[in-house]
Design a protein around this ligand. Structure first.
Ligand SMILES: Nc1ncnc2c1ncn2[C@@H]1O[C@H](COP(=O)(O)OP(=O)(O)O)[C@@H](O)[C@H]1O
Ligand SMILES: [Mg+2]
Length: 352
């Protein structure tokens, strides 16, 4: 994938925090007066983007900013409005109100100009089951009037290789597993160089090995300068592959920013492994640790605010003084899930 004007040197997926567009507050469109001010380098930008299906508010005044060069995770439980947002971004449905810009241009109006520069995989590609994987791709490529037929076979071969489908390329698509179909759809999106890839739940239906492969592929594409916008309901997936994330719940944007910022916005928790959980809870509570939970031989709790490392040493000493046998003691890095729970007061795993 070449020709994508990514950042020099490539803000790879692990250049976390290097391409920081600070966490953006819901705000107004940069507008004609300050062209690009808030959206400098943004490949996707929405302003109060809203979609209503009858009485159902699927997307509610969404202000999203996806920086160029990012691997952007669009995270939210099922039913939170991810696919609806993506369909609006790709011009497949009209917003009820609000606006969306993709690669700097208004969607859906500029679709004809914008979409050839965008690869998309949305809710399973339309495949012909009676054709092989390779023949499906040849068809997709042939449908692109700008694709040179003389280099078609090479393009298709490279795309198959890229998604790991070379050896299954001759099989009929109807014999493909869900994961293989997903990869074939991804291969179709990769037939041409793209500035932006929009992938709706790209690892849906994949086994852990398949998920790893897709993650590696996404990292590779990002390293080449392609901005990748991917939706997922899986927190750890976003943490593993994304530089940035936006968190959705019930059609609303809860927060967006770098993954690092989002995770550290939730306070770290103390975790103690001990056979003496009851006594440990008592001692920790005395020392200001709150929200204590016990699971088997593990006690976790939230540290009192402003507690530096010295407090941890004191806590450990207090446990030992109270004859609590400590097997392990430390703080857990706050995760995106903690951030989500802190923002919503509920667990992430709420099905829509
Ligand atoms: N075509 C539609 N007609 C009616 N309701 C819809 C339609 N598409 C989505 N919805 C509703 O909008 C909400 C958001 O759905 P969706 O965008 O698919 O969420 P996600 O992709 O995050 O799982 C859900 O409540 C869903 O039932
Ligand atoms: Mg969806």
């Amino acid at each position: 994938m070449h020709g994508a004007p990514g950042p020099p040197g490539g803000a790879g997926p692990h250049a976390r925090g290097d391409t920081v567009e600070g966490r953006s507050k819901p705000g107004s469109w940069p507008g004609a007066t300050s062209e690009g001010a808030a959206g400098e380098g943004a490949v996707i930008e929405t302003a109060a983007l809203t979609k209503r299906f009858g009485r159902q508010l699927a997307v509610d005044r969404l202000d999203l900013v996806v920086p160029r060069g990012s691997v952007f995770g669009f995270l939210g439980p099922n039913g939170s409005g991810k696919t609806t947002t993506i369909r609006m971004l790709m011009g497949l449905i009209e917003p009820t109100s609000g606006a969306a810009r993709v690669l700097g241009q208004e969607m859906p109006r500029a679709g004809r100009r914008v979409l050839p520069r965008v690869g998309a995989l949305i809710e399973g590609p339309a495949l012909y089951g009676f054709l092989s994987g390779r023949d499906n791709l040849l068809r997709f490529d042939a449908a692109d009037p700008t694709a040179d037929p003389r280099t078609r076979a090479a393009r298709v071969g490279a795309a198959l290789e890229r998604v790991g489908l070379t050896s299954a390329a001759g099989k009929k698509a109807r014999a493909y597993s869900l994961g293989m179909k997903q990869r074939l759809g991804l291969a179709a999106a990769l037939l041409r160089p793209r500035e932006l890839l929009v992938l709706d739940e790209p690892t849906n239906g994949l086994d852990p090995q398949g998920m790893r492969e897709i993650r590696a592929l996404v990292r590779g594409l990002a390293a080449e300068g392609t901005t990748v916008f991917l939706s997922s309901h899986l927190l750890d997936e976003i943490e593993q592959v994304c530089t940035h994330a936006a968190v959705m719940a019930q059609g609303r944007l809860l927060t967006q920013g770098t993954v690092r910022e989002l995770a550290t916005s939730a306070r770290a928790r103390l975790a103690v492994t001990t056979p003496d959980t009851a006594e440990a809870v008592r001692v920790l509570k005395e020392h200001g640790v709150h929200d204590l939970t016990v699971t088997d031989d593990r006690v976790t709790g939230e540290l009192p605010p402003g507690g530096p490392a010295a407090d941890l040493a004191d806590l450990n000493a207090a446990l030992v003084r109270a004859d609590v046998r400590v097997r392990s003691f430390g703080t857990e890095r706050a995760s995106l899930e903690d951030a989500f729970v802190a923002l919503t007061g509920e667990g992430f795993d709420v099905a829509g």
